[in-house]
Design a protein around this ligand. Structure first.
Ligand code: NCD
Length: 319
C-alpha cells in the first residue's frame, strides 16, 4: 500500500483505503484524547500559514496540533519575507531547515501547491486554496455524515448555492462518490459548473424543492463574494437568493423533510438559511466543527508518521 502523502493538496492524493484509515483514526481521537508528555526537543513542530481569513480551519488545526503534543507556530505571512518577494518554495524550505516538520497552508490563490507534489519542500496540508480544493473540510464532512448513516451507499446529498467558487464542493465532488453517495447541485445557473466538467452521476437542478425532496442531507454554501471576479455576479442580490434558494425551517416542515443540514461555515443567516434553521437540531454546523479537531489530528498524525525521507530536497536533487 502507498504510504500517506507528504503533500495533501487534493482528495485525489488519497486512496480509498487511506481515507478509511483516516476515518478509523479520527474515531479513535474523538473518543480518546492523547495525553502528551512533558515538553521535549523531539516534539514535532507544526506551522499554520494562513494567507487568507479563517476562524474554524485555523483554530481547529491549532488545537489538533497541540492535542497531539506538537509544538505549534503560527507563521504570520504579513510580517514574513513572502512580503519581500520571497517565493513560496523558498519560504517552505526555510521553515523546513528551521526544523518545522509540517505546514498547513491556506491561500486565496488556486493551484499553487500541485507543483510541489514530486518533491515537497516540507510536508504540507492544503487548508484551502482559492476556489480549488479544501480536502480536510471534505474529510470532516464525510466523518460527520457517517455519524448519521454508517452506509452512505444509495443516499443523496444536495449541495446548494455558489458551487463554482466553493473549494469545499470541489473536494466533496471527488470524495463522496467513493462512498456511493449521490450528489445533486442546486442553485442559480451562474453558480453551476459547466456540464462538461461534471460527472454523469451528479445531477444539476434549479428547482429547490425537487432537490430537497430527492435528498437525505442538504449541504449549504455561502455566496463567496470575495472569490468572484469584479462585478461577475452583480445580479446576485442576497434577498433574491434567500427567496429562491434559501432554506427555511418552516419550509422543510411544510415539505415534511426534516433532514440534517450541513454547512462548512461561515454561515450567513438570512441568505442561505434562516435563523430558525440554524438554531434547530437539524443544523449540523457545530457538529462539523466539533469533528474537525479529531479528523485533523488523524490527518496530521498520518502525515507525520509516513517516514518520507525525500522532504526538503533543494531543486529536487540530493547533493
Ligand atoms: C470554507 C472555506 O474557507 O472554503 N470554510 C471553511 O473552511 N470552514 C467555506 C467558505 O469560505 O464559505
Amino acid at each position: 500500500m502507498n504510504s500517506f502523502p507528504s503533500l495533501l493538496e487534493s482528495i485525489d492524493d488519497l486512496s480509498k483505503i487511506q481515507i478509511e484509515e483516516l476515518l478509523t483514526l479520527s474515531t479513535h481521537f474523538l473518543h480518546n484524547k492523547p495525553t502528551p508528555g512533558p515538553p521535549n526537543y523531539l516534539q514535532p513542530v507544526i506551522a499554520t500559514s494562513f494567507l487568507e481569513n479563517s476562524t474554524r480551519t485555523k483554530h481547529s488545526f491549532a488545537i489538533a496540533i497541540q492535542r497531539l503534543g506538537s509544538i505549534y507556530i503560527d507563521f504570520n505571512a504579513e510580517t514574513s519575507s513572502l512580503k519581500k518577494g520571497e517565493s513560496l518554495e523558498e519560504t517552505f524550505l526555510t521553515l523546513y531547515n528551521q526544523g518545522v516538520d509540517l505546514c498547513i497552508f491556506r491561500s486565496s490563490v488556486s493551484n499553487q501547491l500541485a507543483k510541489f507534489k514530486k518533491s515537497p519542500p516540507i510536508k504540507i496540508i492544503n487548508g484551502g486554496d482559492g476556489t480549488n480544493e479544501h480536502p480536510t473540510q471534505a474529510l470532516l464532512d464525510l466523518f460527520t455524515l457517517l455519524e448519521f448513516s454508517k452506509e452512505l451507499h444509495g443516499k443523496t446529498i444536495a449541495i446548494f448555492g455558489d458551487i463554482i467558487h466553493s473549494r469545499v464542493t470541489h473536494s466533496l465532488l471527488k470524495l463522496l462518490p467513493h462512498f456511493g453517495l449521490k450528489i445533486i447541485l442546486c442553485g442559480p445557473k451562474y453558480f453551476m459548473p459547466e456540464f462538461s466538467t461534471i460527472s454523469k452521476d451528479i445531477k444539476v437542478t434549479q428547482n429547490r424543492d425537487e432537490a430537497i425532496m430527492a435528498s437525505d442531507f442538504l449541504y449549504l454554501l455561502r455566496i463567496q463574494q470575495e472569490r468572484h471576479s469584479e462585478n461577475q455576479f452583480q445580479n446576485t442580490h442576497s434577498n433574491d437568493y434567500h427567496h429562491d434558494y434559501g432554506i427555511k425551517l418552516s419550509h422543510l416542515k411544510h415539505l415534511n423533510k426534516l433532514i440534517p443540514i450541513f454547512h462548512p461555515g461561515p454561515a450567513n443567516i438570512g441568505i442561505e438559511l434562516d435563523h430558525e434553521l440554524i438554531k434547530s437540531s437539524l443544523y449540523q454546523g457545530y457538529n462539523q466543527v466539533k469533528n474537525s479537531v479529531p479528523v485533523r489530528m488523524a490527518i496530521i498524525k498520518s502525515m507525520l508518521s509516513n517516514n518520507d525521507k525525500n522532504i526538503g530536497i533543494i531543486n529536487g536533487e540530493k547533493f
